[in-house]
Design a protein around this ligand. Sequence first.
Ligand SMILES: Nc1ncnc2c1ncn2[C@@H]1O[C@H](COP(=O)(O)OP(=O)(O)O)[C@@H](O)[C@H]1O
Ligand SMILES: [Mg+2]
Length: 336
Amino acid sequence: MTSSTRASRVPAVRAEGLVKSFGDNRAVDGVDLTVEAGTVYGVLGPNGAGKTTTISMLATLLKPDAGRAEIFGYDVVRQSQIVRQLIGLTGQFASVDERLSATENLVIFARLLGLSRADARRKSTELLEEFGLTEAASRPLAKFSGGMRRRLDLAASLIAQPPLIFLDEPTTGLDPRTRGQMWDTIRRLVSTGSTVLLTTQYLDEADQLADRIAVIDRGQVVAEGTALELKASVGQASLILRLQPGSDLDDAQRVIGRVLDVPAIVSPEAARLTVPMSDPDRVTDLLVAFRDAGVHLSEFSVQQPTLDEVFLTLTGKGVEADTAPDDARELEGARA
Ligand SMILES: Nc1ncnc2c1ncn2[C@@H]1O[C@H](COP(=O)(O)OP(=O)(O)O)[C@@H](O)[C@H]1O
Ligand SMILES: [Mg+2]
């Protein structure tokens, strides 16, 4: 094996048995994670599940009590200096000087990273525009809202564009439009070569962004896989059928029973049938049988189980999203 093929096989993150306790609270209780380079990995869990503590250990801000973790093959404890050069962490920019403007802060940050004066200016202007902060660019940072700071934070992490970027709840409390912008930016980061590990309380966010997802609850990974795998582990997809006026629900039910050998859930007022779909191959048979029986459909769709249902099944409880707008700068607490 050549060194380049070996390098490309080294995962961005490999963690085994990570443990961190605060007093007698085992905040992280034996977490294993593998994140392949060039992917988005989502760590999904409710408030207090141990997400921030986990990435704080991966980012060398907290020392694990037990277990080990490597970033691109470098040990987070023994080789923390190297690890720090490979990672970016939102929350770390925090601002150079609160009294200076957003532009000035970004320029200084870029200069610290070694960009020329002209490059630093150009990059800062570009990023502020991309993040919808042009209007506020000349305002002192002290006047920025929580959401604006978060965007500036991510902008700052784009200046260096490190190989691995940790995003701790990047969109918690953001309005839908800003959230969409964040998603686009995260996708762009990955398409230009970075690996992203993000934590989220939002099921749709993990579903939209992440190649793989670890569901974490009370410090433990309770499920891991692609969004599709997680959904499949919980239940099958359903067929949703709506009948045209004049078609008979009883006829439709009989056909479904005969062809698929499963009962349909019927809601008569909506002329709608929901049918568990264990074998997608049989759908064609069903449609042909409907036509032969003179049952006409006005609507036909396939519904996957939602990640909400996944979470409920895995942990026995739903997710209470924390929507406090300015509450996501928890890494500062973890670092203190
Ligand atoms: N610095 C700390 N000191 C004491 N307890 C902490 C500290 N940081 C986190 N915890 C506790 O550890 C658990 C996990 O917290 P955290 O990792 O912040 O969860 P999440 O990021 O998933 O919301 C919680 O019970 C929290 O109260
Ligand atoms: Mg957190």
